[in-house]
Design a protein around this ligand. Structure first.
Ligand SMILES: Nc1nc2c(ncn2[C@@H]2O[C@H](COP(=O)(O)OP(=O)(O)OP(=O)(O)O)[C@@H](O)[C@H]2O)c(=O)[nH]1
Ligand SMILES: [Mg+2]
Length: 325
């Protein structure tokens, strides 16, 4: 199904849905779409929401979405990176029941993405989905992801501000939270603050923060919320805003975005180069022959890779000569 780029740029939900399906499945067309929309991106404010399964991310995202939509009259996009849902491909609205009430309101677009099955990885697909929502004039984009692994950490690098949700009663489990997740927290949200143990978890967090302060000098605020009751959303929005203001002038933040740009560029380059080598140089069963050499221990993988690369590079330099470079 072709993507109508004009409609996409006007924010048409069906065009957005088709474009996201395309970036999930179709490498060639997605490159074309992303190149075309690039000049229309870079305006959205992206908020990452991460936390353990069941910590209340979707409920909180729903509340924040309403805050921005109704309170600030901003259009909102939501990308829910959902490790539990199967690969669905093309739902127009997110299938998360708790979010469906916001999904139907004017101005909010929700997309649920499975964590498997994307060409070029989850983080690439999520970054590109955010770009599409950005081009479609979503002013605030909320990205929900379970903070369990490196994939998820890579996903939320797309965000300008990252919220990490914790819930009281995690007790000593706070030690077990991935160090990487702690590092990315710009604001800590103590959700389910209606439960026992809020002071305890706050004390543990403060102790952790005092032992390892951030290199940029930002002290992540702790905000209590009860997402189910819509409590604490205004202070949370204020904390998000204050970090965004801080980051705007922070040299380290600019450096961080440069590092992410480098990572994305190298990732894309790696993906495209491997694709090119496999499709252009290892066709007609040649890859299988090399696999057999390694599997049967006739050769080691390092020598095989050397041979593949030297063959490919030889060809490339001949092409270059041919093209006069
Ligand atoms: N008591 C209480 N329950 C809450 C609060 N926020 C969310 N919940 C409940 O916690 C459960 C999980 O909420 P979700 O919003 O689905 O949590 P999640 O982090 O998105 O879950 P996954 O996407 O499955 O990882 C639901 O039953 C919510 O109603 C809160 O502030 N207090
Ligand atoms: Mg959820």
């Amino acid at each position: 199904m072709p993507v109508d780029l004009n409609k996409l740029l006007q924010g048409d939900p069906r065009a957005i849905a088709r474009a996201i399906t395309c970036i999930e499945n179709d490498r060639e067309n997605s490159a074309r779409i992303l190149k075309t929309i690039f000049p229309h991106t870079g305006h959205a404010f992206v908020v990452g929401v991460t936390g353990a399964p069941g910590s209340g991310k979707s409920t909180l995202v729903d509340r924040l979405a309403r805050f921005y939509l109704n309170g600030q009259k901003k259009s909102v996009g939501i990308v829910a990176v959902d490790p539990t849902s199967p690969f669905t491909g093309g739902a127009i609205l997110g299938d998360r029941i708790r979010m469906q009430n916001v999904a139907l309101e004017e101005g909010i677009f929700i997309r649920s993405m499975a964590t498997r099955g994307f060409l070029g990885g989850l983080s690439r697909a999520t970054h590109d989905a955010v770009s599409i929502l950005d081009a479609a004039h979503k002013e605030v984009i909320l990205v929900e992801t379970v903070g369990v692994g490196q994939d998820e950490i890579d996903v939320i690098k797309v965000a300008h501000v990252n919220l990490v949700l914790l819930v009281p009663g995690m007790g000593d489990d706070i030690q077990a939270i991935k160090a990487g997740i702690m590092e990315i927290a710009d604001v800590f949200v103590i959700n389910k603050a209606d439960r026992e143990g809020v002071e305890r978890i706050e004390a543990q967090l403060l102790a952790m923060l005092s032992i390892s302060p951030r290199p940029d000098g930002w002290v992540p605020p702790l905000v209590r919320t009860i997402a189910t009751l819509n409590e604490g959303i205004n202070p949370l929005a204020a904390a998000i805003e204050s970090y965004a203001r801080f980051a705007k002038d922070s040299a380290l933040f600019i450096q961080k975005r440069r590092t992410h740009a480098r990572e994305r560029l190298l990732e894309l380059l790696g993906e495209q180069l491997v694709g090119k080598v496999v499709h252009e140089h290892l066709e007609n069963g040649l890859l299988d022959q090399y696999v057999e050499l390694v599997a049967s221990r006739q050769s080691d993988p390092y020598s095989v890779v050397d041979e593949i690369i030297s063959g490919f590079c030889g060809e490339t330099s001949q092409n270059r000569k041919g093209s006069g470079l």
